[in-house]
Design a protein around this ligand. Structure first.
Ligand SMILES: CC(C)(COP(=O)(O)OP(=O)(O)OC[C@H]1O[C@@H](n2cnc3c(N)ncnc32)[C@H](O)[C@@H]1OP(=O)(O)O)[C@@H](O)C(=O)NCCC(=O)NCCS
Length: 167
């Protein structure tokens, strides 16, 4: 069994900071999740989810991290690593940003930092699974050097599997 270093949970880019979740992020995280269009989750449930994320990271050594803009100091979303449909050895990169923050290159900037953090754990490959209609997400992955591996069909539609070797 391969062992990996724990991922760094503090990352800094030109415009962004990525840092661990705090329970006090719950309200903004709820607002972000509400943008998915399936209603607003209960803040209390999201507080519990944040506590569960923190506990899970202690055993997995990987995490999703809130993204804060350095100049504005505001929470704009999250980016990080999850097992998702893949494995702990070759996790998925994931991201979600407030609509008002889209189109500024933030997801690409945050995800590039996460790629570096993933490589520093000793991992050699990452994955991402994206709905085939999600052009912005596919474009972010293309800019990061991910390539298409296969397409699978799920209940909700076609899922594109993309992968990238880490240096
Ligand atoms: C996917 C997501 C994180 C991208 O965030 P972002 O900060 O806007 O991404 P970036 O600005 O770094 O890059 C987006 C790219 O997609 C392009 N793009 C956006 N909408 C597009 C469209 N409808 N058609 C073609 N290209 C599009 C942008 O032009 C940009 O590419 P460019 O730099 O070549 O111009 C954001 O759209 C989001 O949060 N979506 C909802 C959650 C989600 O889908 N998460 C991913 C699940 S797999």
């Amino acid at each position: 069994m391969t062992t990996y270093e724990a991922m760094t949970y503090h990352l800094e880019t030109e415009r962004l900071l990525l840092r661990p979740w705090a329970v006090s992020d719950a309200e903004e995280f709820c607002t972000l999740l509400a943008e998915r269009g399936n209603g607003t989750p209960e803040v209390e449930r999201i507080r519990t989810s944040i506590e569960e994320f923190l506990t899970a990271s202690q055993s997995t050594g990987i995490a999703l991290l809130p993204i804060v803009r350095r100049a504005e100091g505001d929470f704009i979303g999250y980016c990080g690593l999850i097992i998702g449909r893949s494995t702990l050895d070759e996790p998925e990169i994931a991201y979600e940003l407030f609509r008002h923050a889209h189109g500024n290159g933030y997801a690409t900037e945050a995800a590039a930092a996460v790629l570096g953090a993933a490589a520093a754990t000793g991992r050699t490959r990452l994955w991402s699974t994206v709905a085939d209609w999600n052009t912005p997400s596919l474009r972010v992955l293309d800019k990061l050097g991910f390539t298409r591996d296969r397409v699978t069909t799920e209940e909700n539609g076609e899922v594109v599997w993309l992968t990238r070797a880490l240096p």
